[in-house]
Design a binder for this molecule. Structure first.
Ligand SMILES: [Fe+2]
Ligand SMILES: [Fe+2]
Length: 292
């Protein structure tokens, strides 16, 4: 097989996955400094089941606002637009993919725990390291492995073989997929990101999350790459990889060092402790997103 053949099968199936109005709006506004985030809130309110979930989460003990959040507008006022935007994006994307799409080949609940985990870790890393926000890092974290869902849905037997090969060889899916598909989930993810009209930094981060040095917009890919490693080290959810990783010695740190020279002095123990606190949030998002 090859990327072209995989894409042909997906396109012929007539089941090309779509992402909902809220997710599209969030992605479109990401990285636009003059964006009107009121539009995101309005899009959430137009989607009653999504609005109900956002309010449930906003009123959960995570935010210490139990019972105080009665509308999306109020949630924005109390939590801030960025927080509400991330919650809405996660819940909407996870819901869109959690129906019949995806199939039974994989533990998708753990997959979403991993993806939501990478999203919150990527954003927290940028905040703690005082790197410039691109606006796309959360979405990039959430969708970095979207190619796996496509492979799992359209090629259940072949994808199951990849999972098996990865388990037997103690390897990552990225390493074994080319043997079976002639391509891998990151390349396929880059293709769907283009089909969805995602902005370049987001597309590049999805395409190059395993090889951040090859990305044009290197540093979002580097952050997602490191967040992915951190999620694996901490066993946040499960994305199908069985490989041992080292978070602190990864070459992607060098890409960030070009942007922040003080990274060499970073207290990694403290840093990872702070990231740990975000992980529970990711678990709650993944669980709520999959509920009908
Ligand atoms: Fe991946
Ligand atoms: Fe991943």
């Amino acid at each position: 097989m090859s990327l072209e053949r995989v894409v042909e099968v997906i396109e012929r199936s007539g089941e090309l996955p779509t992402i909902g109005g809220v997710a599209t709006e969030v992605v479109r506004l990401a990285g636009d400094p003059s964006a009107d985030f009121g539009k995101v809130a309005a899009a959430v309110e137009n989607d009653p089941s999504l609005a109900a979930k956002v309010l449930r989460l906003a009123n959960s003990p995570f935010y210490g606002l139990r019972g105080e959040v009665s509308s999306v507008e109020r949630a924005v006022a109390l939590l801030g637009m960025a927080q509400v935007r991330n919650i809405a994006l996660s819940l909407s994307v996870i819901r869109d993919f959690s129906g019949s799409y995806g199939g039974e080949t994989f533990r998708w609940d753990r997959f979403w725990e991993h993806s939501a985990g990478v999203a919150v870790i990527a954003e927290t890393m940028i905040r703690l390291l005082k790197l410039p926000m691109s606006g796309t890092e959360y979405a990039a974290g959430l969708l970095h492995d979207v190619g796996k869902i496509l492979l799992g849905h359209h090629f259940p037997q072949e994808f199951a073989r990849c999972l098996d090969l990865a388990a037997r060889r103690q390897a990552s899916l990225r390493e074994v997929e080319p043997e079976v598909f002639g391509t891998h989930h990151a390349e396929l993810g880059g293709w769907i990101a283009e089909r969805w009209g995602f902005p370049t930094p987001l597309r590049e981060a999805i395409r190059y999350h395993h090889e951040p040095t090859d990305a044009g917009q290197q540093w979002v890919a580097a952050v997602v790459h490191l967040a992915d490693l951190f999620a694996k080290v901490k066993q946040i959810g499960f994305g199908g990889d069985r490989v041992a990783v080292c978070f602190t010695d990864d070459p992607a740190w060098a890409l960030l060092e070009g942007r922040r020279s003080h990274l060499g002095n970073l207290d990694l123990a403290r840093f990872t402790l702070q990231l740990d606190q975000e992980v529970e949030m990711a678990r709650a998002l993944a669980k709520l997103g999959r509920e009908p």
